[in-house]
Design a protein around this ligand. Structure first.
Ligand code: E4P
Length: 217
């Protein structure tokens, strides 16, 4: 399973990328606003930190302007993936951009029917938002299960990128279902490697090791 980091915070990305566990990054207009920085500068910086795909989202709602924005974004670096919304124009832009060899991430997916269309449109990634579905009382993970099943039936190359992840449990459930990618907020990735019993065990080992008076180096 691939791990993308869902943030536009360059310092966080640098820190987590050093672990070697980060396969890509996703941003969206809200995350860019939160960073308080210039969109194009941020994307360029992130692309230099990670080798994998960095999703940068168009903000236009119409096909022609989406293409013009995508053109600006994809010139920033070779590893930019263009994020388009799951709308009629977004799908049309996805079809065009992917036919030109550009990686496209179709975002704001909330149904399996939408995901099927994105795959037909040649998306490299489909981003179903599990947390936002859970928020309205739906079962976000059921959508992941449906999409994985449908894509497998037709051998679609589109990768299922689980988005709107709120907890390690979301990541584990997505992995159990065979999703290709989870895009996780930095805090969730940290929660995944942290465990109180690991800390407690380490403390005990350190104490006992000190009693031996030895040193490995
Ligand atoms: C990622 O591509 C999405 O933009 C992101 O995961 C949305 O997460 P949120 O629902 O927590 O805003």
């Amino acid at each position: 399973m691939k791990f993308f980091i869902d943030t536009a915070d360059v310092a966080e990305i640098k820190d987590l990328a050093e672990t070697g566990l980060v396969d890509g990054v996703t941003t969206n207009p809200s995350l860019i606003a939160k960073s308080g920085r210039k969109f194009l500068d941020v994307v360029k910086e992130i692309c230099a930190i990670v080798d994998g795909p960095v999703s940068a989202e168009v903000t236009a709602l119409d096909f022609e302007t989406m293409l013009r924005e995508a053109d600006v974004l994809r010139r920033l670096a070779d590893n930019v993936a263009i994020k388009v919304p799951l709308t009629r124009d977004g799908l049309k832009a996805c079809k065009r951009l992917s036919s030109e060899g550009t990686l496209v991430n179709v975002t704001l997916c909330f149904s399996a029917a939408q995901a099927l269309l994105a795959a037909k449109a040649g998306a490299a990634f489909i981003s179903p938002f599990v947390g936002r579905l859970d928020d309205i009382g739906s079962e976000g993970m059921e959508l992941i299960s449906d999409i994985c099943e449908i894509y497998a039936n037709y051998d679609f190359d589109t990768e299922v990128l689980v988005a709107s992840v709120r907890s390690p449990m979301h990541v584990l459930e997505a992995a159990r279902l065979g999703a290709d990618v989870a895009t996780v907020p930095p805090g969730v990735l940290r929660q995944m490697y942290g465990h109180p019993l690991t800390d407690k065990g380490l403390e005990a080992f350190a104490k006992d090791w000190a009693k031996t008076g030895q040193s490995i180096l």
